[in-house]
Design a protein. Structure first.
Length: 315
């Protein structure tokens, strides 16, 4: 502790005293010398025994503004104490961080959910001004989910607009939108089978999966519309479109599923890959069966039997 009254009387400021002690203990670069092709700093500081013994520090002479030298013990009280080398702050508040590594296959949000009941008991015992927060991957996951929720309405408006531009019919647009949730069945089954938690990354997979499912539905609905414009009966157009589009839809789905296999071994991206693979397998099959049936039910399309077809031909 510096004796401010005596230091001012001798013309020594706290800043000058701090800079002098820092140069004596830590050192200050006075010049550089070349060693081969590198420049090496030349540091001047006190000898080792003077820096390691408190009694030696008290005898260090401090140069005053009057040109005199006085021992450090006359300007400050020297004592030994422990203090934090670094005061960590988070949001401008002093913080103590407890870190841990996760086992293979574990996700930070799932672990946070498991330990939250224990942390709640600790939070109840904390004095005013103290709190416990979860950071790291779980915090970033929560931020990511909030950012997705913020743009979700805009995304839905964009999807509906694009579907209307492509299909130019409200009824067909609604049919395509109704097929998007079909992937949730496969997502739930895949996550249960592989014991993968449904977190932020898996949620990204569900969003991407919805776009893949609606793409297949648009292809099928557009083919039905083209066949009807070509003069085919509605029933034949529905069945024929499902049969003709079966192969390309299945092949594109299989290619997407195979592309996700390498990601399944990743701890971070694994849940997204599993969600896309499981959802795409189930949703592709259901789309080829569910969408034609839903189309026929919504537009009241009935099969044309032989007698009806013959009567229509005579007319």
């Amino acid at each position: 502790d510096i004796d401010q009254d005596r230091a001012r009387a001798l013309g020594v400021s706290s800043q000058e005293l701090s800079a002098f002690l820092n140069s004596m203990l830590t050192g200050v670069t006075v010049t550089q010398m070349r060693a081969g092709d590198q420049l090496v700093d030349v540091v001047a500081r006190a000898a080792g025994d003077e820096r390691s013994r408190i009694s030696a520090l008290a005898d260090i002479n401090i140069h005053t503004s009057s040109g005199r030298y006085v021992p450090l013990a006359q300007l400050a009280k020297i004592s030994f104490a422990l203090e934090d080398t670094v005061i960590a702050r988070r949001n401008r508040l002093p913080t103590v961080s407890v870190r841990a590594d996760l086992r293979d296959g574990m996700q930070a949000p799932a672990v946070t959910a498991q330990i939250d009941p224990l942390l709640d008991a600790l939070r109840a015992q904390l004095p005013p001004g103290f709190r416990i927060e979860a950071g790291g991957a779980s915090e970033e996951s929560a931020k990511g989910e909030n950012s997705i929720k913020a743009v979700m309405p805009l995304m839905l408006v964009g999807v509906i607009t694009l579907l209307m531009i492509q299909l130019q019919n409200v009824g067909r647009m609604l049919l395509v939108l109704l097929t998007a949730p079909l992937g949730l069945i496969g997502v739930a089954l895949a996550l249960l089978i592989f014991q993968v938690p449904f977190g932020f990354v898996a949620n990204l997979g569900v969003i991407a999966l919805s776009g893949m499912i609606m793409r297949n539905s648009v292809i099928l609905v557009d083919q039905i519309e083209q066949d009807e414009k070509a003069g085919k009966p509605a029933w034949e157009a529905i069945i024929g479109s499902a049969v003709r589009r079966f192969r390309p839809i299945m092949l594109t789905a299989a290619a997407a599923i195979l592309a996700m296999i390498p990601l399944t071994r990743s701890v971070f991206w694994g849940p997204m890959a599993v969600a896309i693979m499981g959802g795409l397998i189930v949703a592709t099959l259901l789309t080829l069966w569910f969408l034609p049936a839903l189309y026929a039910a919504c537009y009241r399309v009935r099969p044309v039997d032989a007698r009806t077809a013959g009567a229509a031909a005579k007319v």
